[in-house]
Design a protein around this ligand. Structure first.
Ligand SMILES: [Fe+2]
Ligand SMILES: [Fe+2]
Length: 221
């Protein structure tokens, strides 16, 4: 990866790509974007720790090491994003809503081992979409500090996406994993397209989202 250029995210498996316009629109409200982002990092850390004791009945080699490494990274990201937020005069809210992640979690099937497989694939999806979004933010941001921050996160979240998929591979037949991953990617594309635009990491694209509304005209107009 070139330190100055966008990450080569053509390799990402996502079925839709985020246009540069989305980045320019959400960066019009950087404080709200950083607040949303901080909550996502917090959730990523707690989600990793929840997964820690949820391995399939057969011990999965390297599980604890991989999951704790992700949790540690996410806590570090949370500290970084909170520091940036405070330096720009913002503060964390008490509450946060994430309709995108909530809709993805509805896809989780019950019972072992499919529940764990689905949770890992959803974690991978959120990481890979975040990677796509951070890459766009790195390219669209005119704030040098923010652009560097988003660029570093693009690489980190790409690593996490691979960690979750690799863990899933350890207890799932390749054909089964491939079929479920394709279903999840298709669902993710639909769920993202349903999101309202707004200054959030997983928001809809202004003018494209089915939920497009007043925010679009307020930011773009
Ligand atoms: Fe993160
Ligand atoms: Fe991550």
């Amino acid at each position: 990866m070139s330190p100055a250029g966008p990450v080569e995210f053509e390799a990402l498996p996502l079925l839709s790509r985020t246009p540069r316009e989305w980045g320019r629109a959400v960066l019009a409200d950087p404080i709200s974007l950083l607040i949303d982002h901080a909550f996502l990092e917090k959730k990523a850390a707690t989600n990793a720790l929840e997964l820690l004791t949820r391995w399939p009945s057969d011990w999965v080699e390297g599980w604890v090491e991989a999951i704790t490494a992700v949790a540690k990274d996410e806590v570090a990201h949370l500290a970084q994003v909170t520091r940036l937020l405070m330096r720009k005069g913002g503060r964390l809210d008490r509450f946060h809503k994430n309709p995108y992640a909530n809709a993805l979690r509805q896809l989780v099937r019950k019972g072992e081992p499919v529940e764990i497989l689905d949770r890992l694939l959803i974690a991978a999806l959120i990481e890979v979409r975040s990677c796509d979004r951070f890459s766009v933010l790195a390219a669209a941001s005119e704030d040098v500090e923010l652009a560097a921050f988003y660029r570093a996160l693009t690489a980190s979240e790409a690593g996490h996406y691979r960690v979750f998929l690799d863990l899933a591979r350890k207890f799932t037949e390749p054909s089964e994993l491939d079929a479920r991953w394709r279903q999840m990617l298709a669902a993710e594309q639909r769920i993202l397209a349903d999101q309202e635009p707004g200054p959030r990491i997983h928001s809809g694209v202004p003018g494209q989202s089915r939920g497009a509304g007043g925010w679009e005209s307020a930011i773009i107009g």
